[in-house]
Design a protein around this ligand. Structure first.
Ligand SMILES: C[S@@+](CC[C@H](N)C(=O)[O-])C[C@H]1O[C@@H](n2cnc3c(N)ncnc32)[C@H](O)[C@@H]1O
Length: 388
């Protein structure tokens, strides 16, 4: 089958994790870019990438790349492109643009120029034009302009892949599904030891952990991908890929999720049900202040609440988390994402720090290793020893 070059986009900081995922699904020529990873593969791999990748936002197929020196260059080249080979008049389309150039004042104007070119091409060829549908188009075109470099791609995903299809409801600060999956992969959780999210909110981290550990791909929930509207869509090939990635019979790995709010636990429960992982998650309503670990060597990964500005309540809250961990979670590995200011009040020394954005907020993802007895941290002397 013919190989193509693709671009998988992701969040800043998740490029290496995404590259690892791509290698695992059999992609070739995997190369890390800025907020993206380039790779190559055949049509089945394109389907597999959309279906299986947990840390990709979109999978793009570049169809034209060139230099432009004016807005009119974009129009002319766009008008000469054989769009009719990619989609039909009765299909709707939309253009999403990202521009870092002086040639266009804003991305809307760039989108408009390319839209005019496509519409004029169809009119010139057939006397009629396809319609634009900005909400739910059949065909999505991605335009990227950086200085004079312009790349036009077909977006094979459609809606961003973080929209897995299981989030029926959300709490006030849900985490992106792609970020949750990325943090779990960054943490190097062994996918066996007791995973706990003690402040689970709408359940994203626990759901992603349960899906990962049990070999359930995002595509088992999400059915809608833009490549289904492409002229070359091959349903048999898609089905074949789906059969190949079906989880084998494995011992189910269970995860634990709790939250102080009954309302949030209800939401998380419904989301887990929609994701098909309800039997794999033990939910509990509990204040972390009194939560006991369910096993000897738990693995915690969570994002406590935080605001843009640190308040005295935040200081006390984070100190409470640190105290609880020290006194009741000896022998635990704990990963937390929050602002660096909040994490300072934890009172534990991290063994790893990773800077990462959560939305637009600069955060730190930190690892704390708590030790039982006299075990020493091999790096810098004793780290987070137990409290007598
Ligand atoms: C930032 S949200 C977590 C969002 C979650 N990761 C998601 O994707 O929906 C923080 C959560 O901590 C919970 N929380 C706050 N104080 C808590 C406490 N003392 N014990 C347990 N949960 C608490 C809140 O109810 C909220 O759901």
């Amino acid at each position: 089958m013919k190989k193509e070059k693709y671009t998988a986009t992701t969040l800043a900081g998740l490029e290496e994790v995404l590259a690892r995922e791509l290698i695992e699904i059999g992609a070739d020529e995997v190369q890390i870019g800025r907020r993206c990873v380039y790779f190559s593969g055949d049509l089945k791999l394109l389907y597999k990438a959309n279906y299986c990748l947990r840390t990709a936002l979109r999978i793009l197929l570049p169809i034209d790349a060139y230099k432009i020196y004016s807005a009119d260059d974009l129009y002319q080249r766009g008008k000469n492109f054989k769009w009719e080979e990619l989609f039909d008049m009765n299909q709707t389309f939309a253009i999403q643009s990202t521009v870092f150039t002086d040639l266009f004042n804003n991305s809307m104007y760039a989108s408009l120029k390319l839209k005019d070119a496509i519409v004029d091409r169809f009119r010139y060829k057939f006397g009629e034009r396809p319609s634009v549908d900005s909400k739910n188009p059949d065909i999505r075109i991605n335009l990227h302009i950086s200085n004079e470099y312009c790349t036009i791609s077909l977006d094979s995903s459609g809606e961003s892949l973080h929209k897995r299809g299981y989030r029926l409801d959300q709490n006030e600060a849900p985490m992106s599904e792609v970020l949750a999956a990325g943090l779990i992969r960054l943490s190097d959780w062994d996918r066996k030891s007791d995973f706990i999210d003690p402040m689970c909110g709408s359940g994203t981290i626990a759901i992603e952990a349960a899906m990962l550990a049990n070999g359930l791909y995002p595509g088992t929930v999400r059915k809608d991908f833009s490549f289904r509207n492409w002229k070359n869509f091959n349903p048999e090939l898609f089905e074949k890929m789906e059969q190949e990635v079906k989880p084998r019979d494995i011992n189910p790995v269970k995860v634990s999720a709790s939250d102080i709010s009954r309302y949030n636990i209800d939401i998380a429960y419904k989301n887990a049900e929609a994701a098909g992982v309800l039997p794999l998650i033990d939910f509990k309503i509990s204040d972390f202040k009194v939560l006991e670990p369910a096993s000897e060597k738990p693995f915690l990964l969570f994002n406590p609440p935080y605001g843009e500005r640190m308040t005295p309540e935040d200081t006390n809250f984070y100190a409470m988390i640190g105290e609880r961990l020290k006194h009741h979670y000896s022998d635990a590995v704990v990963w937390m994402i929050s602002t660096p200011q909040c994490l300072k009040s934890i009172g534990l020394r991290p063994s790893r720090k990773i800077s990462i954005l959560n939305g637009s907020l600069e955060c730190s993802f930190r690892k704390y290793e708590l030790y039982k007895g006299s075990k020493k941290y091999t790096g810098e002397g004793e780290l987070n020893p137990p409290v007598a």
